[in-house]
Design a protein around this ligand. Structure first.
Ligand SMILES: Cc1cc2nc3c(=O)[nH]c(=O)nc-3n(C[C@H](O)[C@H](O)[C@H](O)COP(=O)(O)O)c2cc1C
Length: 233
């Protein structure tokens, strides 16, 4: 998607050194899942009960994601296929410019001012979901402003939140930490991150073909680790 542009918008790149490294998140629910898994190994008859405690039912799962060039959406779709649930794409009231340099500048300005853009997307009954996956690309080594808008607009208190990310090869930056800050009353599980495209260099949808199979395997390992889904035999 979008016309290729030779970027001068290198602000996130330059700021990279100031960023902290990716942070693994695991909280109460994750520990509970670990305890359940231990119980399973000690008492194999409890397998089904333990699964029921840790794996959300498909109808209770929401997968909310922001995508521009399709990589985060590709991961969202893999998660849907592995766990089930409903996918919702975050749409803005006023879409970002198609030009890469223009969006980089705009996001930079929004981050500096703490501006969160109004969204078209509203999920009315978000409290009814047990587990909400939140997917986003790294932008400016941060959580993209529209995902901040979504978390301002929706109360995820008491909900299990599972972040996932694609990036151009520079990691999640502060994005996972910001999810924790914006969801103080949620149980936040270990996040997933993988390399997606790099629009700056003309690489748009990268999670396709063999790369998609690789990412599916990474997602399955992660879901198994967090006890959100069983790895297929
Ligand atoms: C405005 C903007 C800023 C970006 N900033 C970063 C960044 O700071 N670090 C990084 O690794 N990739 C960065 N990228 C690349 C995206 O994170 C990467 O291409 C991601 O896979 C895109 O996901 P999508 O296809 O779902 O939109 C940026 C892309 C855009 C459009």
């Amino acid at each position: 998607m979008r016309g290729r542009s030779c970027s001068t918008g290198l602000s996130w790149w330059v700021r990279l050194n100031a960023q902290t490294t990716d942070k693994t998140m695991n909280r109460r629910r994750f520990l509970q899942a670990g305890l359940a898994a231990t119980a399973v190994s000690l008492w194999p008859h409890g397998v089904e009960e333990a699964r029921a405690q840790t794996e959300p039912r498909a109808e209770d799962v929401l997968i909310v994601y922001l995508t521009r060039t399709g990589n985060t959406e590709a991961v969202a779709e893999i998660i849907r296929q592995e766990v089930g649930g409903e996918k919702v794409s975050i749409e803005l009231e006023t879409p970002y410019p198609e030009d890469y340099d223009a969006i980089v500048s705009q996001v930079d300005r929004e981050n500096e001012r703490g501006y969160v853009p109004p969204l078209k997307t509203k999920v009315g009954d978000i409290g009814e979901y047990d587990a909400v996956f939140l997917g986003f690309p790294t932008w400016d080594m941060q959580l993209p402003p529209p995902m901040k808008s979504f978390l301002h607009d929706h109360d995820l208190s008491g909900t299990t939140v599972i972040p996932f990310n694609t990036n151009g090869g520079y990691g999640v930056g502060s994005s996972f930490r910001t999810v924790e800050e914006l969801c103080p009353e949620s149980d936040i599980l270990e996040g997933f991150s993988t390399r997606g495209g790099l629009e700056r260099d003309g690489i748009y949808l990268a999670i396709k073909g063999e790369r998609r199979d690789e990412v599916r395997a990474e997602v399955r390992d992660w879901l198994e680790r967090t006890h959100l889904a069983q790895k297929p035999e």
